[in-house]
Design a protein around this ligand. Sequence first.
Ligand code: NDP
Length: 264
Amino acid sequence: MHELFAVFGNPVHHSKSPLMHNLAFRTLGYPGCYTRWRLEEGAKLRETFLALGLKGINITVPHKEAAFEAADIVEPFAAEVRAVNTLVLENGKLHGYNTDAPGFYRALQRLGEVRSALIVGAGGTARALALYLRSRGIEIDVVNRSAGRLTWFEAEGFVCHTWDGFEAKAHDVVINTTSAGLEDESLPMPKALLDAALDNASYAVDVIYGKETPFLKEAARRGLPRFDGSQMLLQQGIIAFDHFTGHRYGLEEIETAMRPFLNL
Ligand code: NDP
């Protein structure tokens, strides 16, 4: 009997998760099958999961908070950010995890030593990354276009800036978590501010995947080591797969099985 897995989201047709996980199931010989499910109402997440007879799911936009609510047991980091992207049924209980930020951190470590980061943007992704990276001893500054979303970061004790009067100091890495460049050719902050930030950085990372954003082009022009959101996607998938399959493989082994999806 195969175990069934899925990604829940809305929209979900573009998701690469079925490709990644099915490739790893096949390569590792695990009896699993992974599909996608468009879920309209977050409130129906739990009943849908159980009605479909699933073993585990990933959750993407806009249901990560609903997945947090649906879980019986939530790991501490996912509870802190109130966002769950992986649910696994174990002994009749739904266990919730957030593998986005740990996955990002795994990718970041490949770049080299990182002790300080400038996070550009202040949305949900920025929140998760800021908390997780700080918990790993990385000093964080946050810069955002407008002040509203910075309130949460200020309350959490992060050093925050809007574009107004922002002067970049040296950071090991600049991380773009905004959606600037996703569907247009815009930079995540005014060119002069971004130039100063990148000129004072050793690495650059974008969470957007599927294209070389103007932000990453600026980093490339400076020859900075960098990666895009596909590495984050891959690494969060590896950690989710590890939860799905009950920790029977090593993360490196899963990575070897899963990584080829990047070229498919
Ligand atoms: P949110 O909607 O929560 O936050 C968006 C942030 O981007 C806000 O800070 C907003 O600023 C800023 N922003 C939006 N447009 C612009 C712009 N043109 N110029 C400057 N700032 C802008 O988004 P999420 O955190 O949910 O997602 C952000 C990105 O992360 C998306 O592109 C998404 O695709 C990507 N992502 C990638 C993942 C991966 O696995 N690789 C996983 C999750 C997300 P303001 O407050 O001023 O409006």
